[in-house]
Design a protein around this ligand. Structure first.
Ligand SMILES: Nc1ncnc2c1ncn2[C@@H]1O[C@H](COP(=O)(O)OP(=O)(O)OP(=O)(O)O)[C@@H](O)[C@H]1O
Length: 126
């Protein structure tokens, strides 16, 4: 809540609309989100081709959600950094780099999990 502002609790419907607005904004402004959604689509096709079982689909869905949520948080951090430090500052750069590192670490782990799911579906592992 903005300090000094009259307490205002939007309804769940309005909160959801704000979140939807945030997602649309990030989607239009951030190339990475589009790349991640395209990656998820490729994953769905691969999952269909190799016949993921129910557990694999659930793990796949969780991985997609985690990576997209991480990228949305990274985008939010970038916006706050740009707001508080529009000019060059080493700490601003570090904050952005660390937030980006969180996303990339998550992507590496998710890629490994994805490979594991495909190997398992093909009967080559597990
Ligand atoms: N205010 C700043 N002060 C110092 N360095 C900055 C600043 N803003 C950005 N940088 C550096 O430039 C890099 C790119 O910043 P930018 O805001 O363009 O992010 P981006 O390329 O949109 O990131 P992403 O690909 O994760 O969306 C940062 O990771 C940081 O190293």
């Amino acid at each position: 809540m903005i300090p000094g502002k009259h307490p205002y609790h939007p309804s769940f419907k309005r909160s959801f609309l704000f979140a939807q607005q945030g997602f649309r904004l990030a989607f239009h402004q951030e190339r990475n989100i589009k790349v991640m959604l395209a990656g998820a689509l490729v994953g769905v096709v691969v999952g269909i081709v190799v016949h993921f079982d129910a557990i694999s689909w659930l793990i796949f869905a969780l991985c997609c959600a985690v990576v997209i949520a991480a990228e949305l948080l990274n985008t939010a951090i970038e916006k706050v950094v740009d707001l508080v430090s529009p000019e060059f500052h080493p700490l601003a750069g570090q904050a952005k780099d660390i937030a980006a590192a969180a996303v990339w670490s998550m992507c590496v782990i998710v890629a490994l999990i994805g490979a594991g799911l495909v190997l398992r579906a093909l009967g080559w592992w597990g």
